[in-house]
Design a protein. Sequence first.
Length: 689
Amino acid sequence: MPPSSPPFLFDLPETEPEKPAGAPARPAPPAPVAAAPTSPVEAPAGTTGYSAASIEVLEGLEPVRKRPGMYIGGTDERALHHLFAEVLDNAMDEAVARHAKLIKVELDAEGYLSVHDDGRGIPVDPHPKHPGKSALEVVMTVLHSGGKFSGKAYETSGGLHGVGVSVVNALSDHLEVTVWRDGHEWHQSFSRGLPLRGLERGQPSKKHGTLIRFRPDEQIFGTGATFKPARLFRMTRSKAYLFRGVEIRWTCAPERIVDATPASAVLHFPGGLADALSDRIGELETVTPAFSGRVERKGEAGAVEWAVTWSPAGFGEADGFVQSYCNTVATPDGGTHEAGFRAALVKGLKAYGELSNEKRASIITAEDVIANAGAMISVFLRNPEFQGQTKDRLSSPEGARLVEQLVRDPFDHWLTESPKQATTLLGFVIDRAEDRLKRRKDKEVQRAAATRKLRLPGKLADCTRQAAQGTELFIVEGDSAGGSAKQARDRATQAILPLRGKILNVASATADKLRANAELSDLTLALGVQPGTRFSLDDLRYERVIIMTDADVDGAHIAALLITYFYRVMPEVIRHGRLFMALPPLYRIQAGSLSEYARDDAHRDELLATTFKGRKTEIGRFKGLGEMMASQLKETTMDPKKRTLARVTLPESEDDIADLVERLMGKKAEPRFDFIQQNARFAQADLDL
């Protein structure tokens, strides 16, 4: 479409892309010992270039370096510190298995991170299935290798996929392993996943254990990517809380400290999670003393440790919190063990309510019990199942059963042994439940009054704010995208209305078809207005109406149909600046720790030529809004602090706009054909692609 006669104008803010700060490159490590490259296979003459030679086979640790996000969730700061978590988890597994009592963690002046345990030491004898390689080299260079699959070497462990330490090796520019076992000291060095030399036997020694010293690769994580001492210290301290029998000694070079992180510390907590919760809440007022304990399941590998208390004032920025772990690995997204813990508390309080003839206890839900609770829970399972390699969520069904069974009895005893504190806690939770029910009833009444008892469409996920000021209605393309948007929204101010496919073209439809169309009827009901001459801007239930469609041709078509609908049926929404277009990205571009989103091809090319100039990049294309994770959709498109919206406006002179809409969207196809013929040159660039 030529710029001289657009049917609608978009106010697009101009933004200047940030350029990554440069830093001097670190010295290159010695050349690794690599396998000889295979000879390329030439494509047969006359083919289109897609042949056997086009099929790549990634061997060894090449897949990790090619796609690190598949193994550690990305290349940002969180992923960088996940390398430390993988190595520390292995040392903790030795401690949990009662083979190690001491772990040393050190961040030195050169940026190397070391983890040293006094466990059994990685085996160094020849591996039976890999001739010419020691077991240590196999563990460090072969994915899905380790001693945690059968359960013979470890009853419970945090690393089950057999990829952790080999991934760390692949993503480090230099890694050294020292092992003490079998009466000697053993040493081997690696670079970017490949051995620099074979396993070397050192001096005789009666020691036992493993030391891994490594530095992250700037080719993967970006120039200047380094470990943050404060974050490392928090991760180390949390591990010490999770197993009472281990002592962890922390050391950090003074040159690396930029905050209050100690240069050295001895971390040992005999009270376990009870000590952790006590340190977390400090002098905060609580409803009752903490309920804590540890129970092991006899005859099987399984144990649960927990600590929980309740505060009427909440805990800092949140009303409550739950920190959970499985086999000493943090599970920030929760999972089945948290579900079992909540079930044990809810059932225990309800049972005590029945015992004490408190009939109101029947209204208690898990939401009420956890609302103002501060809880920590650690579970040990033989073969846990996680969602993803980064293990953010536990999905093992036995996690819920184990925790509920082992926590329920101690909780019942805790309540019955202290009737005074049990009655206080039960009353506190019942108050939370009654407040919840009251708020729900008030919202229903207020919303009904605000909408004048309109019949709202069932698929509308409405916001909770009563007044229109500050609220937004997102008109979303498809149920799949609607589901992601509902998870990403701010429930207080953002409403979601998913539409099924392309709506009716009102410019070419009869009045009867318009009235009979279910999708447009739902939209009108959600807006709370009367169409046509009966329209009143005061009836509009939202301050902003935002069209959110895929960043592709179909999405643009749906957006054009919706804009046409507003222009024809309720143009005052546009004239008063209440209609907007969301600008979801089409691409995600990543280079090391730097990540940017591009709205379209032109924006992608601009970023590649400026922000990512000269850098090796990974470019991912979003198939649609429904393919985006809720967190990505929120970050790029829905969060008012980060998003970019385009306001739909009308030209200053509206004399020709009606004619233009009729020509492009009306019943007759000939005017559209003429328009395409006249403006085909503007599409030439797209055709050349």
